[in-house]
Design a protein. Structure first.
Length: 218
Protein backbone atom coordinates (compact mmCIF):
# COMPACT_ATOMS: atom_id res chain seq x y z
CA UNK A 1 0.00 0.00 0.00
CA UNK A 2 2.88 2.32 0.77
CA UNK A 3 4.41 1.74 -2.68
CA UNK A 4 1.05 2.35 -4.41
CA UNK A 5 0.56 5.62 -2.56
CA UNK A 6 4.02 6.76 -3.57
CA UNK A 7 3.34 6.00 -7.26
CA UNK A 8 0.06 7.92 -7.16
CA UNK A 9 1.78 10.89 -5.55
CA UNK A 10 4.50 10.90 -8.20
CA UNK A 11 1.97 10.73 -11.04
CA UNK A 12 -0.06 13.56 -9.52
CA UNK A 13 3.01 15.76 -9.21
CA UNK A 14 3.95 15.14 -12.84
CA UNK A 15 0.49 15.81 -14.22
CA UNK A 16 -0.19 18.80 -12.00
CA UNK A 17 -3.43 17.30 -10.65
CA UNK A 18 -6.44 19.55 -10.22
CA UNK A 19 -4.24 22.43 -9.10
CA UNK A 20 -1.62 22.08 -11.85
CA UNK A 21 0.36 24.84 -13.48
CA UNK A 22 -1.99 26.98 -15.61
CA UNK A 23 0.46 29.74 -16.38
CA UNK A 24 0.50 28.77 -20.07
CA UNK A 25 -3.22 29.41 -20.52
CA UNK A 26 -3.88 32.59 -22.54
CA UNK A 27 -5.16 35.56 -20.58
CA UNK A 28 -7.95 37.89 -21.61
CA UNK A 29 -10.86 37.48 -24.03
CA UNK A 30 -10.72 36.12 -27.56
CA UNK A 31 -11.65 38.18 -30.63
CA UNK A 32 -15.03 36.44 -30.72
CA UNK A 33 -15.82 37.26 -27.08
CA UNK A 34 -15.27 41.02 -26.98
CA UNK A 35 -17.94 43.61 -27.80
CA UNK A 36 -20.89 41.32 -26.95
CA UNK A 37 -19.77 38.86 -29.62
CA UNK A 38 -19.99 41.40 -32.44
CA UNK A 39 -17.20 39.67 -34.37
CA UNK A 40 -18.04 36.07 -33.43
CA UNK A 41 -19.91 35.09 -36.59
CA UNK A 42 -17.73 36.95 -39.08
CA UNK A 43 -14.35 35.47 -40.00
CA UNK A 44 -13.39 38.63 -41.91
CA UNK A 45 -14.09 40.78 -38.84
CA UNK A 46 -12.13 38.47 -36.54
CA UNK A 47 -9.13 38.61 -38.87
CA UNK A 48 -9.45 42.38 -39.20
CA UNK A 49 -9.58 42.83 -35.42
CA UNK A 50 -6.49 40.74 -34.81
CA UNK A 51 -4.62 42.63 -37.55
CA UNK A 52 -5.65 46.04 -36.17
CA UNK A 53 -4.78 45.18 -32.60
CA UNK A 54 -1.69 43.06 -33.25
CA UNK A 55 -2.96 40.01 -31.40
CA UNK A 56 -5.96 37.90 -30.48
CA UNK A 57 -6.43 38.30 -26.70
CA UNK A 58 -8.07 41.33 -25.11
CA UNK A 59 -9.17 43.04 -21.92
CA UNK A 60 -12.29 45.21 -21.94
CA UNK A 61 -13.49 48.30 -20.12
CA UNK A 62 -16.98 47.15 -19.18
CA UNK A 63 -17.12 49.68 -16.35
CA UNK A 64 -16.78 52.50 -18.89
CA UNK A 65 -19.04 51.06 -21.58
CA UNK A 66 -22.82 51.45 -21.82
CA UNK A 67 -24.10 48.87 -24.32
CA UNK A 68 -27.54 48.43 -22.79
CA UNK A 69 -28.04 52.17 -22.38
CA UNK A 70 -26.88 52.77 -25.95
CA UNK A 71 -29.39 50.26 -27.28
CA UNK A 72 -32.19 51.65 -25.12
CA UNK A 73 -31.58 55.18 -26.40
CA UNK A 74 -31.74 53.90 -29.97
CA UNK A 75 -35.06 52.21 -29.24
CA UNK A 76 -36.46 55.47 -27.85
CA UNK A 77 -35.06 57.70 -30.61
CA UNK A 78 -37.55 59.67 -32.69
CA UNK A 79 -36.02 61.95 -35.36
CA UNK A 80 -39.25 63.96 -35.63
CA UNK A 81 -38.62 65.38 -32.15
CA UNK A 82 -35.12 66.69 -32.83
CA UNK A 83 -34.39 70.34 -33.41
CA UNK A 84 -32.07 71.22 -36.27
CA UNK A 85 -29.24 72.01 -33.86
CA UNK A 86 -29.72 68.92 -31.69
CA UNK A 87 -27.29 66.03 -31.95
CA UNK A 88 -27.81 63.04 -29.62
CA UNK A 89 -24.89 62.07 -27.43
CA UNK A 90 -22.99 59.00 -28.59
CA UNK A 91 -22.70 56.06 -26.20
CA UNK A 92 -19.80 53.65 -25.91
CA UNK A 93 -21.04 50.22 -26.95
CA UNK A 94 -17.70 48.55 -26.17
CA UNK A 95 -14.07 49.38 -25.46
CA UNK A 96 -11.11 47.00 -25.31
CA UNK A 97 -7.35 46.67 -25.80
CA UNK A 98 -4.69 43.94 -26.12
CA UNK A 99 -4.45 41.88 -22.93
CA UNK A 100 -0.74 42.57 -22.55
CA UNK A 101 -1.03 46.30 -23.24
CA UNK A 102 -3.11 47.52 -20.32
CA UNK A 103 -5.02 49.99 -22.49
CA UNK A 104 -2.28 52.61 -22.49
CA UNK A 105 -1.10 52.46 -26.08
CA UNK A 106 -3.55 50.63 -28.34
CA UNK A 107 -7.30 50.47 -27.86
CA UNK A 108 -10.48 50.22 -29.91
CA UNK A 109 -13.90 51.71 -29.18
CA UNK A 110 -17.32 51.22 -30.76
CA UNK A 111 -19.76 54.09 -30.27
CA UNK A 112 -23.45 54.33 -31.16
CA UNK A 113 -25.88 57.17 -31.62
CA UNK A 114 -29.16 57.82 -33.44
CA UNK A 115 -29.05 60.17 -36.42
CA UNK A 116 -31.62 61.99 -38.53
CA UNK A 117 -30.10 60.65 -41.71
CA UNK A 118 -26.85 59.67 -43.35
CA UNK A 119 -25.16 63.08 -43.66
CA UNK A 120 -23.12 62.54 -46.81
CA UNK A 121 -19.60 63.93 -47.22
CA UNK A 122 -18.39 67.36 -48.23
CA UNK A 123 -15.91 67.25 -51.14
CA UNK A 124 -12.97 68.17 -48.92
CA UNK A 125 -13.85 65.35 -46.51
CA UNK A 126 -14.50 62.80 -49.24
CA UNK A 127 -10.91 63.30 -50.40
CA UNK A 128 -9.60 62.09 -47.05
CA UNK A 129 -11.52 58.84 -46.61
CA UNK A 130 -12.47 55.67 -48.47
CA UNK A 131 -16.18 55.06 -48.99
CA UNK A 132 -17.71 51.59 -48.92
CA UNK A 133 -20.96 49.88 -49.88
CA UNK A 134 -22.90 49.10 -46.72
CA UNK A 135 -26.03 50.50 -45.13
CA UNK A 136 -26.92 54.05 -46.06
CA UNK A 137 -23.35 55.33 -45.89
CA UNK A 138 -19.99 53.91 -44.84
CA UNK A 139 -16.48 55.36 -44.89
CA UNK A 140 -13.17 55.07 -43.10
CA UNK A 141 -9.81 56.71 -42.56
CA UNK A 142 -6.81 55.01 -40.97
CA UNK A 143 -7.99 56.04 -37.49
CA UNK A 144 -11.79 55.63 -37.53
CA UNK A 145 -14.71 54.25 -39.50
CA UNK A 146 -18.43 55.07 -39.68
CA UNK A 147 -21.45 53.13 -40.85
CA UNK A 148 -24.96 54.61 -41.03
CA UNK A 149 -27.86 52.20 -41.48
CA UNK A 150 -31.63 52.44 -41.34
CA UNK A 151 -33.48 50.50 -38.68
CA UNK A 152 -37.19 49.83 -38.60
CA UNK A 153 -38.07 47.99 -35.41
CA UNK A 154 -41.30 46.15 -34.75
CA UNK A 155 -41.65 48.07 -31.49
CA UNK A 156 -41.57 51.01 -31.59
CA UNK A 157 -42.77 50.87 -35.17
CA UNK A 158 -40.85 53.73 -36.67
CA UNK A 159 -37.63 54.05 -38.62
CA UNK A 160 -34.43 55.57 -37.30
CA UNK A 161 -30.89 55.88 -38.59
CA UNK A 162 -28.09 54.37 -36.49
CA UNK A 163 -24.57 55.76 -36.58
CA UNK A 164 -21.89 53.19 -35.69
CA UNK A 165 -18.37 54.53 -35.15
CA UNK A 166 -15.18 52.58 -34.59
CA UNK A 167 -12.20 54.50 -33.25
CA UNK A 168 -9.02 52.53 -33.79
CA UNK A 169 -5.44 52.82 -32.56
CA UNK A 170 -3.72 56.14 -33.17
CA UNK A 171 -0.56 56.67 -35.17
CA UNK A 172 -1.48 54.71 -38.33
CA UNK A 173 -0.38 56.50 -41.55
CA UNK A 174 -3.21 58.08 -43.54
CA UNK A 175 -1.99 56.28 -46.67
CA UNK A 176 -2.60 52.84 -45.11
CA UNK A 177 -5.65 51.80 -47.14
CA UNK A 178 -5.61 48.29 -45.68
CA UNK A 179 -6.22 49.75 -42.22
CA UNK A 180 -9.26 51.58 -43.57
CA UNK A 181 -10.70 48.32 -44.86
CA UNK A 182 -10.04 46.61 -41.55
CA UNK A 183 -11.76 49.37 -39.57
CA UNK A 184 -14.81 49.50 -41.84
CA UNK A 185 -15.08 45.72 -41.56
CA UNK A 186 -15.18 46.08 -37.78
CA UNK A 187 -17.73 48.91 -37.89
CA UNK A 188 -19.89 46.90 -40.25
CA UNK A 189 -19.74 43.81 -38.02
CA UNK A 190 -20.63 45.90 -34.97
CA UNK A 191 -23.50 47.51 -36.88
CA UNK A 192 -24.82 44.09 -37.85
CA UNK A 193 -24.70 43.01 -34.21
CA UNK A 194 -26.56 46.15 -33.10
CA UNK A 195 -29.13 45.68 -35.86
CA UNK A 196 -29.69 42.12 -34.69
CA UNK A 197 -30.10 43.19 -31.05
CA UNK A 198 -32.59 45.91 -32.00
CA UNK A 199 -34.50 43.68 -34.39
CA UNK A 200 -33.99 46.00 -37.37
CA UNK A 201 -35.55 45.11 -40.71
CA UNK A 202 -33.88 45.70 -44.09
CA UNK A 203 -30.78 47.42 -42.71
CA UNK A 204 -28.85 47.08 -45.99
CA UNK A 205 -25.63 46.16 -44.22
CA UNK A 206 -22.99 44.21 -46.13
CA UNK A 207 -22.03 40.68 -45.19
CA UNK A 208 -18.38 40.28 -44.28
CA UNK A 209 -15.96 42.85 -45.69
CA UNK A 210 -17.68 45.83 -47.40
CA UNK A 211 -16.53 46.69 -50.92
CA UNK A 212 -14.88 50.09 -51.51
CA UNK A 213 -16.79 52.46 -53.79
CA UNK A 214 -14.51 55.52 -53.79
CA UNK A 215 -10.92 56.10 -52.73
CA UNK A 216 -9.56 59.53 -51.78
CA UNK A 217 -8.19 61.62 -54.60
CA UNK A 218 -5.65 63.64 -52.64
Amino acid sequence: MGVAATVVALLSSCSGGDGGDRTNEPSGLSATEVCRGAFAEDAAATAALEAVMGGGRFDDGLAKSEPDKALEELRKASPEQWAESYRPESRRYCWFWPAEDGGSEKDLQVQLSPAKSAPGLLPEHAKKVTSYASGLQAYASSGFSRVYFSCRMKAPAHEIVVETVVRGPAGIPDADLDQRTRLITLANAAARQVSKELGCEKDGLATGMPSPTAHPTS
